[in-house]
Design a protein around this ligand. Sequence first.
Ligand code: PEP
Length: 258
Amino acid sequence: ATTRTPLMAGNWKMNLDHQQAISTVQKLSWSLKDAKHDYTAVEVAVLPPFTDLRSVQTLVDGDKLELVYGAQDISKHESGAYTGEVSGAMLAKLGCTYVAIGHSERREHHDESDALVNEKVRVAFAHGLTPILCVGEGLEVRKAGDQVSHTLAQVEAALADVSAEQVANVVIAYEPVWAIGTGEVATPEDAQEVCGAIRGVLGKLYDQTVADGVRVLYGGSVKSGNVAQIMAQPDVDGALVGGASLDPEEFAKIARYQ
Ligand code: PEP
C-alpha cells in the first residue's frame, strides 16, 4: 500500500488572459475554501498560459493560497538566442511547481517528438520543476488495440537517462487523444488498463518502490459528473483537466470528487 496524494491539475491551454487568470484563481480558491478543501489530501494545480504566470504568482504569494501552479511547456534550451522560448530557470523563478511536457496538442501541432519530450523532461528536473509528462494513443492506435504498447513506448522514450531519484518525482498523465476535448471519456476500465501498465513499466525500468510512488493521472473530458468513477481505479491518482478547469466552480467540484 502506498500513499500517493492525488493531484487535480487544470490545463487552461490558450485561454484566459492575466486579468481573467486572477479572477479565475480567486474564484477557485474561494470555492475550495467554502468546501473546506484539504489541500494535503488532494493537491490542486493550475497550468495557465506563460503570460499569466506572474499574476498568478503574485496572487498565490500575496493571499497565501495553498493551490500550486505551473506552465504548459518549457524550452529544451537553457538561455540565449531562442526567440519565443521560455526557459526552465524563468519558470522556476516564477514559483512554478509543475510543467506539462509532451501534451498531445504539442506533439500534434508543434511536431514534438519523443526525443524532444525527453530533453524537456530532463531540463525540467534540472530546474527543480516537476514534469507532468503527457502520453496517450490516438484513435487509430486505439482501434488497432495497441494503446498499451504505444503509450508505454512513449513513457520509456520520455524517461531515457532520467534517474530513479528524479522519476520518483515525475507525474505521468495518460490522455487518450481521442478523449481530449471531445466529450468522449475513456471508461474507468480503459483508464485503469493503461495507467496500471504505466506503473508496471516504471517497476521494470526502475523498481517497484519508485513505481508505487509515482502519480499517474487520467486526462480526457473529465468533469465533476465522471471524475469519481475514474478516481475509483487503483492506478489513477488524479486528473489532468482541460475544458472543465476553465470554470472554477466546476474545477473545485472535480477536486473534491469523493
Ligand atoms: C487536456 O487538454 O489535457 C484535456 C484533458 O482536455 P479536456 O479535459 O478538455 O478533454
